[in-house]
Design a binder for this molecule. Structure first.
Ligand SMILES: Cc1cc2nc3c(=O)[nH]c(=O)nc-3n(C[C@H](O)[C@H](O)[C@H](O)COP(=O)(O)OP(=O)(O)OC[C@H]3O[C@@H](n4cnc5c(N)ncnc54)[C@H](O)[C@@H]3O)c2cc1C
Length: 347
């Protein structure tokens, strides 16, 4: 069982054991059995945020295949099994006349993985809609309900973002607005594509189409016909810099290119700013399509995505990631952190 066949980037060696869990009871039993025998566990969703070593995983990979979704309880509440395809759930909520997830259209993977790194795109994050999730607590051996606040959501992170994690997400409950119009459009690129102003609302289906179109142009929707989609999405998270780190970047930019080049930034609260990693990578000399020639390259459509051309190994991918990380650090003093879960490899 090669894990390359279960990851969107098509990389990863064999799993020693592989269990596919189609029901919640099977999922909990598989995890509990592996834990009882001291066996390392890797929970596998859609494999769209995983980089697995060429040597594979020396333990049990447990694939989540649980299904089910429904509305219930209060108005606007939907509960989704961990194994449901995320994009199908987004489409379903829009068809139900519910708003709050439309900007998260086209993100690959399964619903149960969305809280792990608090998936986000085009001004929405799942943490804005999650009311609670149910999870198997591997330490206590019980099923627990965890409300939003203790999930510790942040930018591309949560308390669950540690592998191997203590909690296996079983289902997620979202509170959505019962309205045919989208939430307020918060992202300038999306507003421009829709021809509306920031803060306007559009029919949910229109927001979804616009997001999918923008994503396809960046190879951010999985498409077997588009080799640039053989990735894990963004490989690096956008660094959040304090004043001193931003000043150092600005000084490095001035020293290299003189006055007149503004470092792009977004407010990240507490006097800190988020600087686009793609901008730093390009300015450090790594353009789209850049490849050291061993099967791994930067996407031709999106500077933040690293792509397996088909012949890459995980070692080659990680070497490219290190080259980029080091180049950005040398140029600007900023250490880029990886977004995907690295299994058996390190940056
Ligand atoms: C083309 C492309 C575009 C992308 N665009 C975006 C984007 O716009 N925004 C964004 O935030 N992300 C994006 N991603 C990253 C990825 O799609 C998300 O992180 C997604 O939520 C991962 O889901 P998955 O089911 O594939 O998880 P996997 O890759 O299978 O797993 C990821 C991590 O979550 C853990 N995990 C999975 N399921 C569970 C569970 N039920 N309980 C506990 N742990 C679990 C795994 O053990 C692993 O550590 C993109 C990826 C690709 C390939």
């Amino acid at each position: 069982m090669r894990l390359a066949d279960y990851t969107t980037i098509g990389l990863g060696g064999p799993a020693r054991e592989f269990v596919s869990a189609a029901t919640e009871a099977e999922l909990v039993a598989a995890v509990a059995a592996a834990d009882a025998s001291g066996e390392p566990v890797l929970i596998l969703g859609g494999g769209s945020n995983l980089v697995v070593a060429d040597a594979g995983f020396d333990g049990t990979v447990i694939q989540v295949r649980t299904r089910g979704c429904g509305r219930g309880g209060e108005a606007g509440l939907v509960t989704v099994a961990a194994g449901e395809d995320w994009d199908a759930i987004v489409a379903w909520t829009i068809a139900e006349g519910l708003a709050g997830l439309e900007c998260l259209s086209g993100i690959p993977g399964l619903a149960g993985a969305t809280p792990i790194q608090n998936v986000g795109a085009y001004g929405q994050e799942v943490s804005q809609a999650i009311t609670q999730l149910r999870a198997y607590d591997r330490t206590a051996g019980t099923i627990v309900a965890i409300p939003n606040a203790p999930c510790g959501f942040g930018y591309r992170t949560s308390r669950f973002r540690r592998s191997p994690g203590r909690f296996v997400v079983l289902s997620v409950t979202f509170r959505l607005a019962e309205q045919p119009l989208s939430g307020p459009v918060r992202y300038a690129e999306l507003a421009a594509a829709l021809g509306v102003a920031i803060g306007d609302r559009v029919p949910g289906a229109e927001a979804r189409s616009a997001v999918l179109e923008l994503r396809r142009r960046k190879a951010m929707v999985i498409d077997p016909a588009d080799p640039d989609t053989r990735s894990v999405g963004s490989f690096f998270v956008n660094p959040v810099l304090d004043r001193a780190a931003l000043a150092a970047v600005e000084a490095a930019v001035r020293a290299r290119w003189g006055e007149g080049i503004a470092v792009p930034r977004f407010d990240a609260g507490d006097g800190r700013v988020k600087v686009p990693a793609a901008w730093l990578i390009e300015r450090a000399g790594f353009g789209r399509g850049y490849s050291p020639g061993d099967g791994a390259r930067i996407s031709a459509k999106h500077t933040l995505a690293l792509v397996n051309c088909g012949s890459a190994t995980t070692a080659a991918l990680m070497a490219l990631a290190r080259e980029i990380r080091d180049g950005v650090r040398d140029a600007f003093g900023v250490s880029l952190a990886p977004e995907p879960d690295l299994v058996g490899v390190a940056l």
